[in-house]
Design a protein. Structure first.
Length: 288
């Protein structure tokens, strides 16, 4: 007697997850593409070097997920984000860890936010798979920014059930924080997108939302790569960790650091970090 036929025997495997990778650094793009394409259920259908290219690639390929950097020349990631989310789920994948940028990306429709150096290769792959199903992913920096946003939001915006959260002592009440205005993106079109001006080359003080403005780093005249590496130095990473995060050799990291120290007029990592973060005492804050 023959066994009954297997109803799943001729069912084809699911189509691979289609991904667009947008990052202005060709080394990062190549590394992400190699990592993701090495999985049987994921394929990178296009790469993009800025927000405009990401939008055009998304329109052409209709991906399942877009991985989007924040700081890119031309049209930056935040500017392109409202257009992209109408085509596919977008996961921010970036070195930008400022809480104001994280919050703004979420307001503009990002489904998750990953900061380089805070996730493993397997965690990235899992996040890409999950974002397609509407399950958000956040690395610790981004999660902290989201938590801060919830804590600083207007009190009482959602009424609590009667008897909960009440206090007879009003001295504990603080004045409500003022939220950023709601952003309504214009209708999607290549013409509109071409008019978007890059914002991220400026200080992030545009998203301060009541916080002290970020230090003006333009005076240091660091390149995009040098600024990325300086962010990682300020976060406490050593050369080996920076090399792994940026997909470059330790020798290249050392060369970048030498140029950074020269531009910041610093002789140590701690001194450079203090100037970069705007915490250097006295005249050091103005050195450029």
């Amino acid at each position: 007697m023959q066994p009954p036929p297997n109803p799943f025997e001729n069912v084809p495997p699911p189509a691979p997850l289609r991904v667009v990778v947008a990052d202005d650094n060709p080394v990062v793009r190549a590394g992400l593409t190699a990592l993701l394409s090495g999985r049987e259920d994921i394929t990178v259908v296009a790469e993009a070097a800025d927000g405009r290219q990401a939008y055009e690639a998304a329109r052409a390929h209709h991906p399942d997920v877009v991985l989007l950097d924040v700081r890119m020349p031309g049209v930056d990631g935040l500017s392109a984000l409202p257009y992209l989310v109408d085509i596919a789920p977008v996961m921010m994948l970036t070195y930008s860890r400022e809480s104001e940028i994280v919050q703004e990306a979420l307001r503009r429709g990002a489904g998750g936010y990953l900061v380089h150096g805070e996730f493993t290769a397997d965690q990235l792959v899992s996040a890409v798979r999950d974002i397609k199903e509407g399950r958000p992913h956040f690395t610790p920096t981004a999660a902290g920014a989201l938590l801060a946003q919830l804590r600083e939001g207007p009190h009482g915006s959602t009424p609590l059930p009667e008897g909960l959260g009440a206090t007879s002592d009003t001295s504990y009440a603080s004045s409500p924080a003022t939220p950023l205005p709601h952003i309504s993106p214009p209708p999607i079109s290549s013409e509109n997108l071409s008019q978007v001006q890059p914002h991220m080359a400026q200080s992030s003080s545009g998203w301060t939302s009541g916080r002290p403005a970020a230090p003006d780093r333009s005076r240091f005249q660091l390149s995009t790569r040098e600024a990325e590496i300086m962010d990682l130095i300020a976060s406490g990473m050593n050369n080996q960790q920076i090399a792994a995060t940026c997909f470059i050799s330790e020798k290249t990291v050392k060369n970048h650091i030498n140029r950074i120290f020269a531009k910041l007029h610093s002789t140590s990592r701690s001194e450079a970090a203090a100037k970069w973060l705007g915490t250097a005492p006295g005249p050091g804050r103005g050195v450029g």
